[in-house]
Every structure is written in C-alpha cells, then in structure tokens.
Ligand binder design. Structure first.
Ligand code: SAM
Length: 267
C-alpha cells in the first residue's frame, strides 16, 4: 500500500484498526465496504461528484461484457513491462481496469481512486485486496515520489500531482479516445461531430514520452450493449433521444474502438 497522506495537512497517515490518522489529529474511518474516504467536503465540486449511479451501472454492464478487454490487456502489458511495485489508477471508476491490472500483476500493489463514492463502492465489490480511495486526482492523497506508476483511463489527471507522486523514472500511462473512436456511432448521433481533443497538449518539464500508440479494433454490439455504451458516455444525455432510438433499432455498421495510449516517464 502506498504511503497515504492526510488531505488536510499532508502529514503521513497511519492505521490503527480501521481508523487512519495523522500526527496533527485528523482521522478518517475505513468504510465497512473497505474503502477510505479522503475527499474533504471543501474539495468536492458538487454534492455527488463524478459519474452518476446510472452511468456507473451502464459502464459496469458494458465493461463486464468484455468489449473493452483488449484495452485492459494492452494497459496491463504496457504497465507490466517495467514491473512496477506500486500503481495508482486515477479516476478508476467502478474498478474494471484496476481489478484486471491487479490480477495480471499480482506482485504490484494497486490502488484505485475516484471522486465518486458510488463508483468506489462498486469497485470494492470487485476486489477486496485493492486499496480503494474516494479522492480527487487534483489532490492525490499519497506521499511525494512514492509511486512507481500511475494510470488514467478516460479520466482527468493533474500534471503537477503526477510529477509530485511519481518516483524518478516512474511511469504514467494515459489512455483516451483517438479521433476515430466510435466515429460511426457519433456520425449517426450528430449532424456535426465534434473534434476529439488531443490527449495531451503541453507536456510539462519533468516528463518525457516513452511510447505513443493507437489500439484499434472492430466492435460488434447487440442492442443492449449499445444502450449501455450510450448510457455510460456523455452521448446518453448530449444527443437527441430519437437519434439514440434509431441507432438502437438499426445498430451501427463499421464501429471501431480506437484508443490512444501514451506512456510517459518521470525524468
Ligand atoms: C469516463 S470515467 C472512466 C472510469 C474508468 N477509468 C474506466 O475507464 O472505466 C471517468 C471517471 O473519472 C472520475 N472523476 C471525475 N473527476 C475526477 C477527479 N477530479 N478525481 C478523480 N476521479 C474523477 C469519474 O467519477 C469517473 O469515474
């Protein structure tokens, strides 16, 4: 387990049974489900930050269908190459990738964090061996230079925080959509498809790109999985319901998963 730090004062946290506390008297109780909530009220951007329970249910059903398993396998392969002893999954959602990563790399100590408590409760059910944290990627509750690797899949991250928590030579894997990702679906949903933003724009000093690759494969989805895919993404609320229904009725030809994966290293 990484050295956790207090979200109030950044002093190291130590555990006494289920209670974690720092030398300044701040303490946090581990929930009965197993996670630790280190998100302070003043750092929440809403009452229930992160993905909604409905989005989470759709994402879990979709991911458990195995449709993104090639993504998970590639993530495990890329991270496993440097045999990290500690890995932090930032914005881990309901834990699909973290769980598969921990099973693929049994010698690595995996921690998953997400700003959504509902997501972390679901993650706890997947794997009780992983340290699950309710926390923000903008304020990682782990000590400086304590992580061998960090991961972000379709989730926000902070360059500053990644630089702080990665040890020298530590790795950061960023995974996000390529411009072609689910393009056939987006073409059917919108008159004008928005351009996909670059996964990284300004690379900060202190990180260098080790590898930049694209994973592309065709996706054939039954209507139920298509509905989950819509429900787990902003397309579910951003596009018109009639267009969504038409898409569910006809299906989508030529659908492709196209992911950009960039591996960075702390210099
Ligand atoms: C698109 S989902 C991806 C989840 C997971 N990585 C996956 O691919 O299945 C984005 C996740 O980021 C979380 N999130 C949003 N803002 C966050 C923040 N500031 N810190 C941590 N997690 C955040 C959301 O709650 C959500 O679970």
């Amino acid at each position: 387990m990484p050295q956790l730090i207090c979200p109030h004062c950044q002093a190291p946290l130590t555990a006494d049974g289920r209670t974690w506390s720092c030398s300044n008297g701040h303490s946090y109780d581990q929930a009965r489900q197993g996670y630790l909530n280190l998100l302070l009220v003043q750092h929440k951007n809403s009452r229930q930050p992160g993905d909604t329970p409905t989005m989470l249910a759709h994402r879990q059903a979709f991911l458990d269908g195995g449709y993104y398993q090639p993504v998970s396998d590639r993530v495990n392969q890329l991270l496993g190459a440097s045999t990290p002893a500690s890995i932090l999954d930032m914005g881990c959602g309901e834990g699909y990738y973290t769980d598969r990563l921990a099973r693929a790399l049994p010698d690595a100590d995996c921690t998953g964090l997400d700003i959504s408590k509902d997501a972390i409760i679901k993650a706890c059910r997947r794997n009780r061996q992983i340290q699950w944290l309710v926390s923000s990627s903008a304020r990682l509750p782990v000590a400086d230079a304590s992580m061998d690797a960090a991961l972000s899949i379709f989730s926000p991250w902070s360059w500053q925080e990644c630089l702080r928590v990665l040890r020298p030579e530590g790795r950061l894997l960023l995974v996000g959509p390529h411009a072609d990702h689910l393009l056939a679906l987006r073409n059917q949903l919108y008159d004008q498809v928005h351009p996909t933003p670059e996964l990284i724009r300004d690379l900060p000093e202190g990180l260098r790109i080790l590898d930049d690759q694209v994973l592309r494969y065709p996706l054939e989805l039954p209507a139920e999985a298509l509905a989950d895919l819509l429900g787990m993404t902003p397309h579910g609320w951003r596009s018109q319901p009639e267009r969504q229904q038409a898409l569910l009725d006809t299906g989508v030809d030529g659908l492709e998963v196209v992911m950009r994966m960039i591996m960075l290293q702390r210099c």
